[in-house]
Design a protein around this ligand. Structure first.
Ligand code: ADP
Ligand code: MG
Ligand code: ZN
Length: 487
């Protein structure tokens, strides 16, 4: 809720914001929606193309079955009704990246409708309605060359399958928008229907926003902001647009329904075009594709293949493993992480220890390497093996961290690696004694401190001895010898 206070303390009108999202998601099919060209990102321009996806006359689209299955799977996971008899429609417009002069989409009978997902908000749980999900094809891409003052067009993306998930205007803050997007992203990732990367454009959110006076039922006039590619940009765009609309209303002006572009660098939005509506596109049923009928058997088959989603997984973890809620939320924050957790725990039966390695060291290395958890590629068995080696006191915790980094980067087998590198904990007491003696000699001040009653110096001395042993000692053994020699 937005409250404004005048200088003299008189309260002005209160406003609330209303947000609905249109989210485009690129589906993870190997081939395009209406031809067999590759959907792979990053090929040389115009190498993943054919007469169909470059809009040559006389070609015909053939629907990719996998696209329908992904769309239905997302629909089921977001509590939608599945339209058993749906259709494609032609949306007509000219743009150089749109080779056919129309886009095949769904207007009248989208594949899914009337769903919703639950999000966590500051005030508790809340359902955000999903008005519909429809299938459509992506457009190509214009590449602007400012030096030569010309533009090129790359049709590799033309015909890549998309679903558009249209929410109800049910969100009231940037936090709710981000919670919704995050929830949606995880559902779709868990389904394997897309990798949902905002930065790379496989998930793109358009934000429809209006403001209204608190307590008023009727929705205000909305604007739409397109293609925001980070949560940070989304947050800033919402704040900026909210302020702009409130300022207009305060001045007695009207908000114009239009599409605006958010410039995240400058922190302002500016108008792109006036809002078009369905009539402008002369939509009509796509004559080149038969209506899509989803038989009961097919639907059941997709339903049966639905994997365990995050919410169910969280509940099961709480039941099966004795883990704190915090661990569970991190472990399930990426499907890959959860998969590794389950496989490693099945092998060593030590859920909390597996969890700690994943939450602490794995997360640290992911950050350092600027990697996404879905890119993790080490074998769960190697992590389980490492845990056994630490528990059996074959290696120290210090060495284990070093070995884990090797597992993380190169998926080495820990036991062999430790043998080869001679990293086993030294059990030989005389070697430890020797190292401890040296540390005592070289550190007269901390030794004096300790003898003078500063017990903290003990930690320092243990650390030094551990270093001298290159981590290959049991800290409790060092501690014991230190105490002996200092008393
Ligand atoms: P269009 O088809 O013209 O884009 P829709 O009615 O399909 O318009 O709505 C598009 C999106 O805008 C939906 O996510 C919807 O929730 C949202 N929306 C519609 N009206 C408003 C409004 N007054 N304020 C905020 N969001 C809105
Ligand atoms: Mg729309
Ligand atoms: Zn093609």
């Amino acid at each position: 809720m937005h409250k404004k206070q005048c200088g003299n303390g008189v309260e002005m009108k209160q406003y609330e914001i209303v947000i609905g999202l249109e989210v485009h998601v690129e589906l993870a099919t190997k081939t395009k929606i209406f031809c067999s060209c590759s959907t792979q990102f990053g090929g040389e321009p115009n190498t993943h193309t054919c007469p169909v996806c470059t809009g040559m006359p006389g070609t015909l689209p053939a629907l990719n079955k996998k696209v329908v299955e992904y769309a239905v799977a997302v629909g089921l996971a977001t509590n939608c009704e599945i339209t058993r008899y749906s259709r494609f429609d032609r949306k007509n417009y000219f743009y150089p990246d749109n080779s056919q002069n129309y886009q095949i989409s769904q207007l009248y009978l989208p594949i899914c409708k009337n769903g919703g997902i639950e999000i966590e908000t500051a005030e508790g749980k809340k359902t955000v309605g999903i008005h519909e999900i429809h299938m459509e094809e992506d457009a190509g891409k214009l590449v602007h060359d400012e030096k030569r003052n010309c533009s090129y067009v790359d049709y590799n993306r033309s015909g890549v399958p998309l679903i558009e998930i249209v929410s109800e205007p049910d969100m009231g803050s940037a936090d709710e928008v981000i919670a919704y997007l995050e929830k949606l992203r995880l559902i779709i990732c868990y389904l394997g229907a897309s990798d949902c990367k905002l930065q790379e454009g496989s998930m793109r959110a358009d934000i429809n926003l209006s403001v209204r006076e608190a307590g008023v039922k009727k929705l205000g006039t909305r604007t739409e902001m397109k293609n925001l590619n980070s949560f940070r940009a989304i947050r800033r765009a919402i704040e900026g647009e909210k302020e702009r609309q409130i300022a207009l209303l305060e001045e007695g002006k009207k908000v114009i329904q239009e599409t605006r572009r958010w410039d995240d660098g400058k922190g302002i939005s500016y108008p792109m075009r006036s809002k078009e509506d369905a009539r402008d596109y002369r939509y009509f049923p796509e004559p080149d594709l038969a209506p899509l009928v989803i038989e009961e058997e097919w639907l059941e088959n997709i339903r049966e293949r639905q994997p365990e989603l995050r919410d169910e997984k969280m509940e099961r973890y709480a039941r099966e493993y004795d883990l704190p809620e915090y661990d569970i939320s991190i472990l399930t924050s990426a499907k890959k992480l959860a998969d590794i957790f389950e496989a490693a725990t099945a092998l060593c039966q030590k859920p909390k220890k597996v969890s700690n390695w994943l939450m602490v060291e794995t997360m640290r290395l992911l950050r350092e390497r600027e990697m996404d958890a879905e890119e993790l590629s080490f074998s769960p068995g190697h992590l389980a093996g490492l845990i056994e080696l630490v528990d059996g006191k074959t290696i120290s915790g210090t060495v284990a961290k070093e070995v884990f980094e090797k597992i993380f980067d190169e998926d080495i087998e820990p036991k062999t690696y430790i043998e080869e590198k001679g990293l086993k904990t030294v059990k030989d007491e005389s070697a430890i004694k020797e190292a401890v003696r040296r540390v005592i000699e070289e550190n007269p001040q901390p030794v004096a401190d300790y003898k003078g009653g500063k017990t903290k110096a003990m930690g320092f001395l243990t650390g030094q001895a551990m270093k001298a042993m290159k981590g290959k000692a049991d800290p409790s053994a060092i501690n014991k010898i230190l105490l002996e020699l200092l008393s």
